[in-house]
Design a protein around this ligand. Structure first.
Ligand code: ADP
Ligand code: MG
Length: 647
């Protein structure tokens, strides 16, 4: 049995409505160890025959067997395996990958065969050394002459130790000196037992072969021995070299990774622009989630700082009730009734006057708050100096005031002790009896000086008003705010004869705030998702362009034995890497935003959670896989011959 057996092989190509037969009834046996030249004029079908021999193309008719295996029965992956194990290709135009150095090009077939890195490196360098390129093993194709490039491609063809070297016009692009070198190498390889098939239109080149087959218009017209050439005896048998499956898989995966990195690095600007959509999307999602979380935490902290559970009581049916101003039913007796309830820890009314506060010749606008003696208990405030209001002050409409630290600083510019001094609020004099400690809470929007005086004094001496603007109740420990709210509503409804007020607990504010922030987060996140989808489509677009641009590269990889899965994997990894890098830049950008915001003392803190960052990376990966799949598949489905023909 011959190594290669062709029986009645025909190959036709569609041309318009007709089929043009390029090969007709070719019968050919080639033994292991032979050196065969296929000669014929240009267009006679030599390359077509060569492609069929090398399993890059399939015949339209006839049977082809390699070492007894029927090629017609094989699928694309089995053909890739056959190419890898039996054949090495040498092309007229070398077909080296520009972005890999000589060693990188030579070891490529071994990557797809799954040999370990160190072993294939050593073998590649050994082969290059044997072919006189030891010095140039780290040069790229662009830095090598034509003859040197062709020697690299011979080394690549020998890499997997395949028996048959297929050389299609190997000297066609070389000067006579380099031609002679390449032919000498082929002859030497033949003498060492390599089966070699050379396609050429040049009889001088053919003369080195021991057997010359002439082909004309797709038919073999002559097949003769050439005794002038030295015929070597075959010694090489087909050698299987298989690695454990996982070693090969891992090697191929990490190589695909490296290739993807190289491809990205060689088009930096394009890669960056491709990532832009992903970067914007991820930055937006991560930042928005962080702002939302920060806002929520801040509100919770503020509400906790206000005290445990407080309930506000306002006149009217709800916020924005236009009759609320005319409701005057929240009165001092309501306050006393509330203070008598078991579920009430403390209670205070709120009446408020804006007035000019003056001390000596300094004055400033102040908010004068009329409160009860329990106000400081309700609000969880303590005194920094002096004392708080007491029950007698309230009862006697005493003209005494507790000021905040801001007031002390503003009015008492010389740093003198304010306690015991008399300040004028509007036209009414008040004696300062205490300075309140600032609260942690930033929940106050009022930048005015804050001055607390007995509500009775404000109502009679400043406002002539007999009702409260609102009441605030602090719920007794251990009582739920819901129960307390119900109790207050029942009590006041009974007292007023109708429900002309509404209540708000800090709990309900909390829920409202949480609801608002999560709605906002959802809203902005959905915008970000749209941007991510747009980014994904951008990635897909660029990947499709890149597949078109790199068609020849894909063809070369397939010729040296890459499976469809290898090509698919390489492009998919590239898409995922682009998206992941975009995601990483996005996360970094939004962390940067957070840092800038906190340095700038922004009122909106950003809180980053591990979950949102992990989510961003998962999201990027999924986008890469989803939008990279289509381009990767179209790359994997390319026909190797067509891909190789593309320039
Ligand atoms: P050679 O290598 O001997 O110069 P080829 O084998 O490349 O010739 O081509 C032989 C003939 O087949 C040519 O006429 C060419 O136009 C035709 N041919 C080759 N490949 C294709 C193809 N994929 N589709 C259509 N015609 C083709
Ligand atoms: Mg040709």
């Amino acid at each position: 049995m011959a190594l290669i057996e062709l029986r009645g092989i025909g190959r036709s190509f569609p041309s318009g409505d007709q089929q043009v037969a390029v090969l007709k009834d070719v019968n050919l046996d080639i033994e292991a160890g032979e050196m065969v030249a296929i000669v014929g004029q240009s267009g006679s079908g030599k390359s077509t025959l060569m492609n069929i021999l090398g399993c890059l193309d399939k015949p339209s008719q006839g049977a082809y067997q390699v070492a007894g295996q029927d090629v017609a029965a094989m699928d694309d992956d089995a053909l890739a395996t056959l190419r890898r194990e039996y054949f090495g290709f040498i092309f007229q135009r070398y077909h080296l990958l520009e972005h890999l150095d000589a060693t990188g090009n030579v070891e490529m077939p071994a990557i797809y065969a799954g040999s370990p890195k160190a072993e294939r490196r050593a073998r590649a360098e050994g082969l290059l050394g044997r072919l006189g390129l030891g010095e140039r093993s780290h040069h790229r194709p662009g830095q090598l002459s034509g003859g040197q490039q062709q020697r690299v491609s011979i080394a690549r063809a020998l890499m997997n130790g395949g028996e048959v070297l297929l050389a299609d016009e190997p000297t066609g692009a070389l000067d006579s000196q380099s031609s002679a070198e390449v032919l000498a190498i082929l002859k030497e390889l033949h003498q060492q037992g390599q089966t070699i098939i050379i396609v050429t239109h040049d009889m001088e080149v053919a003369a080195i072969a021991g057997r010359i087959i002439e082909i004309k218009d797709g038919e073999i017209v002559a097949d003769r021995r050439n005794d002038s050439a030295f015929e070597a005896v075959s010694q090489a048998g087909h050698q299987e070299h298989k690695e454990p499956r996982w070693v090969g898989l891992w090697g191929r995966f990490s190589e695909a990774f490296k290739m993807a990195g190289l491809a990205m690095a060689s088009h930096r600007m394009r890669t960056l622009l491709t990532m832009l959509g992903i970067i914007i999307g991820i930055t937006a999602v991560v930042s928005v989630v962080a702002v939302g979380q920060g806002a929520r935490q801040k509100v919770i902290a503020d509400i906790n700082a206000i005290g445990t559970n407080t309930i506000d009581i306002y006149p009217g049916a709800n916020w924005g009730d236009r009759f609320a101003n005319s409701i005057q039913t929240l009165v001092p007796s309501d306050l006393e009734a509330l203070q008598g309830q078991v579920f009430v820890d403390s209670a205070t009314p709120n009446v408020q006057a804006n007035a000019k506060a003056r001390f000596g010749n300094v004055d400033s606008t102040a908010t004068v708050r009329g409160v009860s003696e329990q106000y400081f208990q309700v609000e969880g405030m303590t005194m920094a100096e002096g004392q708080a209001l007491n029950r007698d002050d309230i009862r006697h409409l005493a003209q005494v005031a507790v000021i905040d630290k801001n007031t002390k600083k503003t009015l008492f510019t010389d740093g003198s002790d304010p306690i015991g001094q008399v300040i004028i609020l509007g036209k009414v004099p008040f004696k300062v009896i205490g300075v309140a400690e600032d609260k942690d809470s930033n929940f106050r929007f009022d930048q005015n000086l804050q001055i607390y005086v007995p509500y009775t004094a404000v109502m009679s001496r400043m406002l002539s008003q007999h009702y409260f603007s609102s009441l605030t109740v602090r719920v007794a420990d251990g009582v739920s705010s819901k129960l307390a709210e119900e109790g207050i509503t029942r009590l006041l409804t009974q007292r007023h004869g109708l429900k002309d007020f509404f209540t708000r607990s800090s709990d309900s504010i909390l829920t409202a705030v949480q609801k608002t922030t999560s709605t906002m987060t959802l809203l902005i996140s959905s915008i970000a998702v749209i941007s991510l989808v747009v980014g994904g489509i951008g990635v897909m677009n660029i990947m499709l362009v890149s597949v078109t641009e790199r068609t020849r590269e894909i063809g070369i990889r397939m010729a040296v034995g890459a499976r469809q899965a290898d090509i698919l994997q390489q492009f998919l990894i590239e898409a995922v890497l682009v998206c992941l890098a975009g995601g990483a830049i996005g996360v970094l950008l939004s962390l940067g935003l957070g840092l800038v915001a906190s340095l700038a003392g922004s009122a909106l803190p950003m809180t980053f959670s591990v979950a949102s960052i992990v989510g961003a990376f998962v999201c990027s990966t999924l986008i890469g896989v989803a939008f990279g799949f289509l381009p990767a598949r179209s790359a994997a489905r390319l026909d190797p011959i067509e891909a190789l023909a593309r320039e």
